[in-house]
Design a protein around this ligand. Structure first.
Ligand code: PLP
Length: 380
């Protein structure tokens, strides 16, 4: 077999064929129990659905290959994947997290720290000097990175972060949700684990809640993650696993298409008088542009945020006037969404009140740009 490109592996879902019927599309295995033989062994290699499910093995194997990892695990949500990583920490372990990151993970970390489970320090995204200063050799166990960050698009240099963190004995976990392995492969840059909200572009059709972890090494921490998933039952159901695998087959078409649209949308927004700032790493003025250009390829993702002259009122007005962008939370689907982010995140948010987050889909980009232009016109 020749060495195949990642897009080929994805389109063919690794080319697995079901052995009984020779079907190219995998069956869904809803069974919770698996039969033992008379001697008590499990000849089918499966015991119980909280430990293993044949339906998610193919999606996990594909994701591991796409990320260049040794192994992958699917979870019942992105949050289940993220919190499983934190569950591997011991009481008092020190964690470094970025200032700008997906707010529920941030809030979870602050909650853990507030209850004395972990020690937490927050560093500005991508600030390597701040990272060096905040690292406590041998006490810092985990450096959490989210790049591009949701919703600011802040970029962190993964290779530099890994070098600094590893020198202090800390592991690096990258939330790669906004990039997907199509645009960025954190393990190749030195990260230890990659985490995804597979609800987003990995699935791509806004019809599955799922999460994933991929590891560079099947080490003791990975075994702890596996143990946590099985014991807490944070597994992805067989039907969702099947849908996710189907979604991943078109990943290499959807991700570049959405990124190309996002770039055009971001550029169009820079020409709007009512817009004070466009936050998209694909724009040359973005502070993370140089690093993003180095560590991403094929585009800068589907999330574009922008700020408005006129504050929160203007943001509400624009959301109300958009017709093609649907006003809904989430991101990474084939359809474009808009969200006024700060009110969703509540009082503790560090997201500016005048910020709108777009998740750019794969519609005709002219329709997307015209929709934004008509919604912004009254504010000009
Ligand atoms: N990480 C990022 C960057 C996200 O955007 C999200 C959800 O929006 C999550 C993690 C959590 O994922 P889920 O909603 O699948 O639990």
């Amino acid at each position: 077999m020749p060495t195949l490109k990642l897009s080929t592996l994805a389109a063919q879902a690794l080319g697995w064929v079901e052995s009984t019927t020779r079907s190219l599309v995998p069956p869904i295995y809803p069974s919770a129990p698996y039969e033992r033989a008379a001697d008590g062994t499990y000849p089918g290699g499966h015991t119980y659905t909280r430990d293993q499910t044949p339906t998610y093995e193919q999606a996990e194997a594909l994701l591991a290959q796409l990320e260049g990892g040794q192994d992958a695990m699917l979870f019942s949500s992105g949050m289940a994947a993220a919190t499983t990583v934190f569950e591997t920490l011991d009481v008092g372990d020190h964690v470094l997290a970025p200032e700008q990151m997906y707010w529920t993970v941030r809030s979870w970390l602050h909650n853990l720290a507030g209850r004395g489970r972990i020690e937490l320090d927050v560093v500005p995204n991508g600030d390597l000097d701040a990272l060096r200063t905040a690292l406590r050799p041998r006490t810092t166990k985990l450096v959490w990175v989210e790049t591009p960050a949701n919703p600011s698009g802040a970029i962190t240099d993964i290779a530099a972060t890994a070098e600094i963190a590893h020198a202090a004995g800390a592991r690096v976990v990258v939330d790669g949700t906004l990039a997907t392995p199509v645009l960025c492969r954190p393990l190749a840059l030195g990260a230890d684990l990659v985490m995804h909200s597979a609800t987003k572009q990995l699935n791509g059709h806004s019809d599955v809640l799922a999460g994933a972890l991929v590891t560079a090494n099947e080490d003791a921490v990975w075994e702890r993650c596996r143990h946590e998933r099985a014991y807490r039952g944070a597994v992805l159901g067989p039907f969702e696993s099947w849908l996710l695998l189907r979604g991943m087959r078109t990943l290499f078409l959807r991700v570049p298409a959405a990124a190309q649209n996002a770039q055009r949308v971001a550029e169009a927004l820079t020409r709007q008088p009512a817009v004070t700032e466009v936050l998209y790493p694909g724009l040359p003025h973005h502070p993370g542009h140089a690093v993003a250009t180095r560590q991403m390829s094929g585009g800068f993702g589907m999330v574009v945020s922008f700020r408005l002259r006129g504050g929160a009122d203007a943001a509400r007005q624009v959301v109300g006037a958009l017709k093609v962008f649907r006003n809904a939370t989430s991101l990474g689907g084939v359809e474009s969404l808009v969200e006024h982010r700060a009110p969703v995140e509540g009082r503790d948010t560090n997201v500016p009140r005048d910020l709108l987050r777009l998740s750019v889909g794969i519609e005709d980009v002219e329709d997307l740009v015209s929709d934004l232009e008509q919604a912004l016109m009254p504010l000009a």
